[in-house]
Every structure is written in structure tokens, then in C-alpha cells.
Design a protein around this ligand. Structure first.
Ligand SMILES: [Zn+2]
Length: 170
């Protein structure tokens, strides 16, 4: 895949190639993310933690979404005094990308923890999984749950959202 030749800091000047992924269900899939791509996404997600607006829960989340044309869109969680309007880091990353004209995605890295201290993996909530399903091929969209740039698991959206109701039903 060719990268556009510009200096946008969110552009990833890396190429994908086949490799074996590590997955909580066992190393079973050949996939398209290089380890350095995973690390870059995790790094971007970690850097986005500092923007988290989470004065009520104190739980900071950062996400970095990779488009098919190798752009990265980050997102953080944004809470609200009225609670319900809160939005997750993952959805904010998706909506930023979609608002920028992107609709094809490869992967998302997610990190999170109380007060920004990452102690465990931070899986996406059900609502975010549903949003991912709207735009992503469940068998070919990868969700990277990370504790650091070297400590992570990769799932497909199918792994995390079996028997899902998606656009194909309508
Ligand atoms: Zn969510």
C-alpha cells in the first residue's frame, strides 16, 4: 500500500505485511498488521490518555484507529456532569475519522486505566463494538487491547461481537 507523501503527523509511514497474530484464543490467524504498526497504534493511544476528560470516574481511555489508507485517528473518553452524554474514546476516534471522510478501517488500539495508570487490558464497551460493526468487516478488523507497546492481545471484531446484528440484516 502506498502512503501519501505528506508530513501529516498522523500518517503512518509503515507498510503492512502478513504475520501471525497473537490472540487470546491462540495463535491462529494470519493477518495484516506488523508488530511495528501495533506498537505505533498503542503509542498513539497512550499519548491520547492525557486528553481524557473524565472528572467523574477518573478512568482515562485512549484509542488510536488505523484507516485502510494508513492514517491514524486518536480519541479519548469525554464524560459529562449529566453522565448520559459521555462518549467513549473508541467512538470519538471513529467519528473523527468519519468526519474526515474515512470509512474503511483496519484496526484500533485501546488503552485505559484509573487516573491514566494502565493496570489491565481495556476492552471496548458494547456500544463501541456496535459502532465498529457499522463500518468494519468483523473478520478483518482488529482490536488491540494493550497494557504497553509490548504487552497486548489482538482480537477480531468477530471475536468480541459474535452473533451480532449489523448492516447486513437490513
Ligand atoms: Zn465504548
Amino acid at each position: 500500500m502506498e502512503n501519501e507523501n505528506n508530513s501529516d503527523k498522523n500518517e503512518l509511514s509503515l507498510k503492512n505485511s502478513d504475520m501471525l497474530i497473537k490472540n487470546a484464543g491462540g495463535e491462529k490467524r494470519i493477518r495484516l498488521l506488523k508488530e511495528n504498526v501495533c506498537r505505533k497504534l498503542i503509542s498513539e493511544a497512550i499519548q491520547c490518555l492525557k486528553y481524557s476528560y473524565s472528572p467523574y470516574s477518573g478512568f482515562q481511555v485512549g484509542a488510536a484507529l488505523l484507516t485502510k489508507d494508513m492514517r491514524i485517528y486518536t480519541g479519548c473518553n469525554v464524560e459529562n456532569a449529566s453522565y448520559t452524554p459521555a462518549s467513549c474514546a473508541e467512538r470519538n476516534a471513529f467519528f473523527k475519522a468519519i468526519s474526515d471522510g474515512k470509512k474503511e478501517f483496519q484496526a484500533i488500539a485501546i488503552v485505559g486505566g484509573k487516573n491514566g495508570i494502565i493496570r489491565n487490558y481495556c476492552p471496548p464497551c458494547g456500544v463501541c463494538r456496535q459502532v465498529m460493526l457499522e463500518f468494519c468487516d468483523p473478520d478483518n478488523f482488529y482490536i488491540i487491547l494493550a497494557r504497553s507497546e509490548t504487552d497486548y492481545w489482538i482480537y477480531t471484531l468477530s471475536d468480541l461481537m459474535p452473533a451480532a446484528f449489523g448492516p447486513d440484516f437490513l
